[in-house]
Ligand binder design. Structure first.
Ligand code: 5GP
Ligand code: ZN
Length: 306
């Protein structure tokens, strides 16, 4: 993997012959995933679905793009402008394009007239869910299980830091008390699940990578209120990454999308799983061939026996 900051190769797929591991491409943080890696991703989906089997969730597959308006409205643009990938396209006429087209081969500025579209790349799988609740008065908790391909314009590409990655999320919209208790329950459950997968887990209070002059203040407030808890696991020798996070957003999305629950402004929590990172952690612990993993690990993924 090419590290855009150090200019060095530091990644998981230096040796293209290492079976089962993600294959680096010419751009940092973007990988190709071999079949055996996808088998692990499939097992993870199955394991998470089995954990959520007793929750009345609405399952949604989320596309890799989302309405720009929703992301602006939700506050993402103001707080994470450096991570957001926008979608631009050419809106001029064919005459105007002729001169620009000549610039393509020489790697020139053919995109000078691209204009921002009504879409941006999905930064987290849960955002589209909140919009579906717009103007609703919920008479009890609403629960969702979603998966999406997320994009973040990360500045570095150390092991486990991908720009394009898959995120599964369990999301609930409910009252404040319910959301806090739901998040505590899932934090406990997911830490136990990761341990049963043979992984060493640390739970830590965390913050999001805010941008701009408000950064320090936002991060301190987020930490003080313990809004974000991360489950950190070794993904390679000496490298620990957050493989999942348990988040409480208070009434941020309820206010933004005007939904309520049991007469109060809607609160929300989400439990997010980074599929590639958990897969890397499992490969690090048990090797790339999931067929030869311990029975207990396969059982925890819903595909074997204890
Ligand atoms: P969060 O919204 O908490 O930043 O991200 C949720 C989860 O997505 C993280 O716990 C992590 O597992 C995964 N994730 C976040 N950023 C990255 C990234 O740059 N690369 C990869 N592979 N996964 C990420
Ligand atoms: Zn989320």
């Amino acid at each position: 993997m090419f590290d855009s900051q150090t200019g060095g190769h530091v990644g998981v797929a230096d040796d293209p012959d290492v079976a089962g591991r993600p294959l680096a491409t010419g751009v940092p943080g973007v990988y190709l995933f071999p079949g055996s890696f996808e088998t692990i991703i499939g097992l993870l989906r199955q394991g998470i679905a089995a954990m959520a089997a007793d929750e009345p969730v609405r399952r949604l597959h989320i596309p890799p793009v989302i309405s720009r308006r929703v992301i602006e409205h939700a506050g993402y643009v103001k707080t994470f402008p450096h991570l957001l990938g926008t979608v631009h396209s050419y809106t001029g006429d064919s005459c105007g394009w002729q001169a620009l087209a000549e610039l393509v081969d020489e790697g020139g500025d053919w995109h000078a007239q691209q204009r921002i579209s009504d879409l941006v790349l999905l930064p987290a799988a849960c955002y589209p869910v909140y919009e579906t609740l717009t103007d609703q008065a919920l008479d009890g908790p609403r629960k969702f299980a979603v998966e999406g391909n997320c994009f973040r314009q990360e500045a570095t590409s150390e092991i486990g830091r991908l720009r394009s990655f898959r995120m599964v999320e369990l999301v609930t919209a409910a009252t404040a008390d319910y959301c806090l208790q739901w998040r505590a329950h899932w934090l406990e459950r997911v830490s136990g699940w990761l341990r049963s997968l043979g992984l060493h887990v640390d739970v830590e209070v965390a913050d999001d990578p805010f941008f701009g002059p408000g950064k320090k203040l936002f991060q301190a407030a987020q930490r003080m209120q313990e809004l974000k808890l991360e489950l950190r696991v070794p993904v390679a020798d000496g490298v620990v990454q957050a493989v999942a996070s348990a988040n409480y957003h208070k009434d941020h999305f309820g206010e933004t999308f005007r939904f309520s629950c049991d007469g109060e402004v809607g609160n929300t929590s989400c439990m997010a799983f980074g599929l590639e990172r958990i897969a890397l952690a499992l490969i690090n612990a048990h090797g790339p061939d999931s067929g030869s993993w311990p029975d207990g690990v396969l059982a925890a993924l819903g595909g074997g026996h204890d």
